[in-house]
Design a protein around this ligand. Structure first.
Ligand code: SAM
Length: 193
């Protein structure tokens, strides 16, 4: 059977992280989160990869991403799914990510400048949801917007430490939650801060 993980890993290895950065490009090769301004960071590469693999993307999947940031994670999601709906609340980050991903040739990414903590109802349900900022609790709106047989990755906890959760919705609507890791993300602003 064809192993999609291998394709994702090989695409990821070729993805130039410095393309997604305006400053500190000399640190792009480091496996660390790096500041991108506005108190935000481009995520740690190994975490971007492991979160993407844990989502089990499908070529026909519709994906919601909360926290576009630099667009680094968005690129990986868009390369292995049908469409990505991504929301960022900080305008300069939104503008730059949109321009960058357009330049990179992605035509399947839909951008929104807004508070994404309550999702994007207009295009729901989503087969996959990736949240790249830390919530104090699981946003019920995102559970509602997750499709049956859908999967969501979200860091949940305090502002200092969170558990990275994999949330799965079965085809009868039952929810299963699994802890994947301990992580530290910037806060998800809004209702679930
Ligand atoms: N994965 C991204 C990357 O590698 O560039 C990094 C994302 S960064 C850790 C988290 C992002 O979530 C920030 O850009 C922040 O502005 C955004 N964010 C935080 N709360 C948000 C909200 N309520 N709605 C939309 N974006 C939000």
């Amino acid at each position: 059977m064809h192993d999609q993980n291998e394709d994702i890993i090989s695409y990821f290895k070729k993805l130039d992280r410095s393309f997604f950065m305006e400053t500190h490009k000399e640190f792009a090769h480091m496996d660390e989160p790096i500041p991108i301004g506005y108190e935000q960071t481009i995520s740690q590469p190994s975490l971007v990869l492991s979160m993407t693999l844990a989502l089990h993307l499908q070529p026909e999947a519709k994906v919601l991403e909360i926290g576009t940031g630099s667009g680094f994670q968005t690129a990986l999601l868009a390369a292995f799914s049908d469409a990505v709906y991504t929301i960022e609340r900080i305008e300069p980050l939104y503008d730059r990510a949109k321009e960058r991903l357009g330049k990179a040739g992605f035509a399947n990414i839909h951008f929104k400048l807004d508070d994404g903590s309550i999702g994007w109802t207009e295009h729901a349900p989503y087969d996959r949801i990736m949240v790249t900022a830390a919530a104090g609790e699981i946003p019920s709106e995102l559970i509602d917007q997750l499709a049956f047989d859908g999967k969501m990755i979200i860091p949940v906890g305090t502002s200092f430490l969170q558990e990275l959760l994999l949330i799965e919705k079965e085809d009868d609507g039952k929810i299963h939650t699994k802890v994947l890791d301990d992580v530290r993300f910037v806060p998800l602003k809004g209702k679930y801060e």
